[in-house]
Design a protein around this ligand. Structure first.
Ligand code: NAD
Length: 336
């Protein structure tokens, strides 16, 4: 199959090319992100392969349909950047990689929280300047603290398990489906509003949907325990960033660890170190000593990149053969 692969970095090419030895697709790599302007690059291909910040909205899908493209393959789990209804209307199949390595993201989530909570980011900067003073580096034990996990799917369940069994935390969870295995470990399911009122740490692992958009907002922060720590490795739009900044300024929020950001499409995955960043909200976030941000790297392990490449190329093989697509994502997922 001739595949136009958008938003590719050196590591994408490396893992896709290695996996493609078993498939023989004809891959054309583009650094550009897919959007209305760049869609033209997909001419003379049968499918496009995209990542989290490519824009796959109705106009882009219409342009792709006109070129005869019938498959969009997402190299990620989340699909909030795709207009699934438009894809259905245009008879374009959308496939994703729902579970390439939940461990990669869950382990990173715990690492990010611990780095923030034990002030490792600040200690690292100090030691590089031969400043070995410990003032300001006091952390808290995790054991016995109450952690709230919103979304206990593949990633959230591993996070809940790590905090419950690994660290001996009290764990509250919120999800539209309960996980009996987690309940058997003592994880207690509550409504999201109650969870946000009762926890010392909240970590987000639900998808971004109209229901979960800004699930952490001004009202939730107002009702939260003083000093609540917010961790988000899921999708930026789950948090109202303006409200988060107000919560940090008033000290209601005790710390923030983010791997995703609402407006990340304008920033992440690029080297902007010589640029003037125009996003004042993001720049304000970076000024807080108790905020730790990474640029959407929770998935970035050898294991996950290999699994993403293999699953994506296999879905494209099935699409070419006209068979069923087990990793197809439909508008039904949003409704369900
Ligand atoms: P999953 O589908 O296995 O789990 C999501 C869970 O959220 C499900 O149990 C679902 O029932 C639940 N959920 C849905 N709506 C909810 C709601 N309104 N309230 C509470 N829970 C709700 O997905 P996953 O593989 O665990 O991934 C979770 C998210 O992590 C993805 O949506 C994706 O956005 C994000 N992600 C981020 C990275 C990264 O690199 N930072 C990598 C992979 C995935």
């Amino acid at each position: 199959m001739r595949v136009a692969v958008f938003s590719t970095k050196a590591y994408d090419r490396r893992f896709l090319l290695a996996a493609n030895a078993a498939f023989g697709h004809r891959l054309t790599f583009f650094e550009a992100r897919l959007d209305e302007k760049t869609a033209v690059l997909a001419e003379d291909h049968d499918a496009v392969c995209v990542f989290v910040n490519d824009r796959v909205d109705r106009p882009v899908l219409e342009a792709l349909a006109k070129m005869g493209i019938r498959t969009v393959a997402l190299r990620c789990a989340g699909f909030n950047n795709v207009d699934l209804r438009a894809a259905e209307d245009l008879a374009i199949d959308v496939v994703r990689v729902p579970a390439y390595s939940p461990l990669a993201v869950s382990e990173f989530t715990v690492a990010l929280l611990m780095a923030l909570d034990r002030k490792i980011h600040r200690a690292w900067a100090r030691v590089r300047e031969n400043n070995f003073a410990l003032d300001g580096l006091i952390g808290r034990n995790l054991h016995g603290r109450t952690v709230g996990v919103i979304g206990t799917g593949r990633i959230g369940a591993l996070v809940a398990r790590a905090f419950r069994l690994g660290f001996g935390c009290e764990v509250l969870a919120s999800d539209v489906h309960r996980d009996p295995e987690l309940e058997a470990m003592g994880v207690r399911y509550v409504e999201p509003a109650e969870l946000l009122r009762q926890v010392d740490i909240v970590t987000l692992h639900c998808p971004l949907t109209p229901e979960t958009h800004h699930i952490v907002n001004a009202a939730a922060i107002e009702a939260a325990r003083p000093g609540m720590i917010v961790v988000n490795t899921s999708r930026g739009g789950l948090i109202d960033t303006g409200a988060l900044i107000e919560g940090l300024k008033s000290r209601k929020i005790g710390g923030v660890a983010l791997d995703v950001y609402e407006q990340e499409a304008d920033l992440f995955f690029e080297d902007l170190s010589s640029e003037i960043i125009q996003d004042d909200v993001f720049q304000r976030l970076l000024t807080f000593p108790n905020v730790l941000i990474t640029g959407h790297q929770a998935f970035l392990t050898e294991e996950a990149l290999g699994a993403i490449a293999g699953a994506t190329l296999e879905s494209l093989r099935l699409a070419e053969a006209g068979g069923a697509l087990p990793l197809r994502v439909t508008a039904e997922v949003i409704r369900g």
